[in-house]
Design a protein. Structure first.
Length: 253
């Protein structure tokens, strides 16, 4: 595919897998990430910006730079997010709650706010929001994360309705448990909270899917490339899980 693609949190994890997949498909890639070290390890032909997606001034400035450099944008992958705390709701601080919603939900909002005017002017574009299966089910001990991801699903469906007449599609990708450092942190914290081993918690998450396994970053990336392509030209307003089919989001061990 050809096109100009911006990926937030694009220097590592799922975002890095997306960037590699879009690059391999022939797109121009711009990665934004808060982690300067991870950005430095990205291929030199990718455009790069260090960015905190919860900082409106920084988001607006980056999208202005992108428009100056590229003249527009074809695909926004609003992928940035954090896991937030793992704790009972009464033990979660308001600061941690707000931080989780700010980076996950408000970050997707801000990037959409400043990218979609360019898409409107060219009457074409695709917005892809990375939410989570936590945006489809309740997740005990993950209240801020689940609330943020449910909000991102609502944002995506609303953008699809609002922007469709301008030739812009919006879809929400809901990964399940993804192999990688962020999920490892969740596993370790949950194991400590429940008095279990990391492997016991891992098996519990995996057994909650009909396919009995975690997904990989490339699985999410392949879906993103498809949804951004002409093959999905009439796919909009959808919430698509890439999770090995979650059948029990809170398996008991």
């Amino acid at each position: 595919m050809t096109g100009r693609v911006l990926i937030t949190a694009g220097a590592s994890g799922v975002g890095r897998a997306m960037a590699e997949a879009f690059d391999a498909a022939g797109a121009q890639v711009w990665v934004a990430d808060v982690d300067a070290k991870a950005l430095a390890e990205c291929p030199s032909h990718w455009k790069q910006s260090q960015l905190d997606v919860s900082d409106e001034t920084a988001v607006a400035a980056m999208l202005t730079d992108l428009e100056t450099e590229w003249g527009g944008i074809d695909v926004l992958c609003a992928n940035a997010g954090i896991a937030g705390p793992t704790a009972a709701v009464e033990d979660i601080s308001l600061t941690d709650w707000r931080t989780c919603l700010s980076i996950n939900l408000e970050g997707a909002f801000l990037c959409s706010k400043y990218a979609t005017p360019m898409m409107k002017r060219q009457r074409n574009g695709a917005v892809l929001i990375t939410a989570s299966t936590a945006g489809q089910y309740g997740y005990p001990n993950r209240a801020p994360y689940a609330a943020a991801k449910w909000g991102m699903v609502g944002l995506g469906k609303t953008l699809a309705m609002e922007l469709g007449s301008h030739g812009i599609r919006c879809n929400v990708i809901c990964p399940g448990s993804v192999e990688g450092p962020r999920m490892e942190g969740v596993l370790e914290r949950e194991a400590a909270a429940k008095g279990m081993t990391r492997d016991q918690v891992y098996k519990g998450y995996a057994s909650g899917t009909s396919m009995g396994r975690f997904v990989e970053g490339r699985d999410i990336a392949n879906m993103a490339v498809f949804l951004a392509s002409d093959a999905a030209r009439l796919v909009s307003g959808q919430v698509i899980a890439v999770d090995g089919h979650t059948v029990n989001p809170d398996p008991k061990l």
